[in-house]
Ligand binder design. Sequence first.
Ligand SMILES: N[C@@H](CCC(=O)N[C@@H](CS)C(=O)NCC(=O)O)C(=O)O
Length: 205
Amino acid sequence: MKLIGGFGSPFVRRVAASLNLLGLDWEHEAVAVFDNPDAVRKHNPLVRVPTVVLDDGEPLVESYAILDALDEIAGDTKRLIPASGAARRKVMQLTAVATGSMDKAVWAYYEYRFHPAEKVHEPWVEHNEAQVLGGLGYLDGIAKAAGKGWLAGTDRISQADVSATVALGFANRARPNLGASEKFPNLAAFAARCEAMDEFSSVKP
Ligand SMILES: N[C@@H](CCC(=O)N[C@@H](CS)C(=O)NCC(=O)O)C(=O)O
């Protein structure tokens, strides 16, 4: 299968690290969506990344839906989101906080990237940045409680761990002014542990 989109996108990167952790065969098409929208549009009417194209040409869009499909393809012994019950809820909820932080960091970043300087609305940037900090601060508390374990208390790495790690890295790159790693040392130490794994280090932004 093919993963379309650059690893600078946290949504693409969480799919890439997940593909590695699931042990699936994949190739990368590092399309910059704003520079080359047609390369994405032919598979995804929303013209967003990540977009995955399965070997038979079937396109998958939206990282949640992509990861759900990949878990199913990899099978129950490898899945990163437990199939049911309290463990699934926990992983999904922590993942939602992590992806919410990604969303809000993207929104703050886009405010500068796509508006002329005189149209940037600083209170809106600050609103989004506060939400980034809220989400990462919550995950910092979870990381502290988890100690040397995984964030959702699973016996192996889960999507919560993948997405929290990617979310912190993205916040540091897109909103360095926030000093997220300094503010959240437990999450930073946890993310450093994950980033040292080949599955993450091979998909650096
Ligand atoms: N909720 C989407 C978010 C994807 C997203 O925001 N991707 C950005 C790159 S980080 C994108 O494609 N932006 C292009 C656009 O929205 O026009 C997902 O999880 O896949």
